[in-house]
Design a protein around this ligand. Structure first.
Ligand code: F6P
Length: 328
C-alpha cells in the first residue's frame, strides 16, 4: 500500500439512500485497519466548502450499519459548481492535511468529484449511493435493494384494499429518469401494468391493457408508474383519463414518495456497502484515483468516473419480457 495517503475524508452527497451509513462505517474502519486517519465531512460538498469536518475512528461508526439515512447528512451544493466554491473546499482539505476523499452519492456527486480532482490533482473515489440504480458501472447502487423491498411491501398492502373494493390503483414510484425501481417492483408485486420512461406504452395501449385485464376476469389492478415515465400525463391526470374512457373502473392513486428513501437497509445493501467501502479506500492506498467502485457479476470492480457519469445504465430487457409474460 502507498505511503502517500495518510488521511482520507468521506462524505455523502445528493439524495440519501439506505446503506450510506454502512458505507461510511466501512470507509472509516478500513482506514483504521490500514492505520490511515479518517475525517467525516458533514452536508456533502457544502460542508467541504464550509470546513464542517470531524475526525473519525473505528468507534465513531458503532451501531450505524443498520440505520437508514446518513449520519454525515447530505446536501446538493450549488456553490461547489463554481470555481470559487471548489477553491474554498480545496483550502479546507489542505488545512486539515487531507490527501484524498471518498464520495458516496450519485452521478451529480461524481461529476463534482471529477472536476475537483482534475482542477487540484486530488485523489478521489466514488461509491454509488442512490435508490434509483441509474449509474453505469454497477448492477446495484446502495439503497436500491432496500427501496425495492419498501415499495413491494407497500404495494402488497395497496393490493389488499384494491381487491376488497375492486379498484384500479396507479402507484407512482421514484427513480428520477429511470424505470429500474418501477420495473423490478412491478414484477415483484405482480402489477398488471408497468409504465417506465424507457418504454413508452402510450395511452391507447394502456386502455387496451386495462380492458383486456378486466375481460379476462380480473376485478382489481395495480399499475406501477415510474415518476419519470413519459406517457405524457401526471399520475393524477392518468387516473382522470382512465375514468373518462373506462367508466367501469374505480380508480385511486398512491404516490409513495420519500418513504422509499428511508428505512433500515437490507442485508444485501449492508454487505454491498461494506465491500464497496473497503475497495474504495484500498484503491486510494494503491495510488488509484478518479474511479467509482461497482458490482458486476458479484465482483467489486472499478469504473473510471467519467465513464460512470457518461454511460447509461440500461433497463433489463429480459425482465421487460418477463413482465410482459406475467401480465398476460
Ligand atoms: O435520486 C433519488 C431521488 O429520490 C429520486 O428518485 C427523486 O426523483 C429525487 O431523488 C427526489 O429528490 P428530493 O429529495 O430532492 O425531492
Amino acid at each position: 500500500m502507498s505511503n502517500n495517503i495518510r488521511k482520507i475524508a468521506v462524505l455523502t452527497s445528493g439524495g440519501d439512500a439506505p446503506g450510506m451509513n454502512a458505507a461510511i462505517r466501512s470507509v472509516v474502519r478500513t482506514c483504521a485497519y490500514h492505520k490511515v486517519e479518517c475525517v467525516g465531512i458533514y452536508r456533502g460538498y457544502q460542508g467541504m466548502i464550509e470546513g464542517d469536518f470531524k475526525e473519525m475512528n473505528a468507534r465513531s461508526v458503532n451501531n450505524i450499519i443498520n440505520r437508514g439515512g446518513t449520519i454525515l447528512k447530505s446536501a446538493r451544493s450549488m456553490d461547489f459548481r463554481t470555481p470559487e466554491g471548489r477553491e474554498k473546499a480545496y483550502r479546507h482539505l489542505r488545512d486539515h492535511n487531507i490527501d484524498a476523499f471518498v464520495v458516496i452519492g450519485g452521478d451529480g456527486s461524481f461529476t463534482g468529484a471529477m472536476i475537483f480532482s482534475e482542477s487540484f490533482d486530488f485523489p478521489v473515489m466514488g461509491i454509488p449511493g442512490t435508490i434509483d440504480n441509474d449509474i453505469y458501472g454497477t448492477s446495484f447502487t446502495l439503497g436500491y435493494d432496500t427501496a425495492l423491498n419498501t415499495v413491494v411491501e407497500a404495494i402488497d398492502k395497496i393490493r389488499d384494499t384494491a381487491i376488497s373494493h375492486n379498484r384500479l390503483f396507479f402507484v407512482e414510484v421514484m427513480g428520477r429518469d429511470a424505470g429500474h425501481i418501477a420495473l423490478n417492483t412491478g414484477v415483484g408485486a405482480g402489477a398488471e401494468e408497468i409504465l417506465i420512461p424507457e418504454e413508452n406504452l402510450g395511452l391507447e395501449r394502456l386502455l387496451e391493457s386495462m380492458e383486456r385485464s378486466r375481460l379476462s376476469g380480473k376485478s382489481s389492478s395495480i399499475v406501477v408508474v415510474a415518476e419519470g415515465d413519459k406517457i405524457g400525463k401526471s399520475v393524477f391526470e392518468l387516473k382522470e383519463y382512465v375514468e373518462d374512457n373506462l367508466p367501469d373502473y374505480d380508480v385511486r392513486v398512491t404516490v409513495l414518495g420519500h418513504i422509499q428513501r428511508g428505512g433500515r437497509p437490507t442485508c444485501f445493501d449492508r454487505v454491498l456497502a461494506s465491500r464497496m467501502g473497503v475497495k474504495a479506500v484500498e484503491s486510494l492506498l494503491e495510488g488509484k484515483s478518479n474511479y467509482m467502485v461497482g458490482l458486476a457479476k458479484d465482483e467489486i470492480i472499478l469504473t473510471p468516473l467519467d465513464q460512470a457519469v457518461k454511460g447509461k445504465s440500461e433497463i433489463n430487457r429480459e425482465l421487460l419480457r418477463v413482465s410482459d409474460i406475467m401480465t398476460t
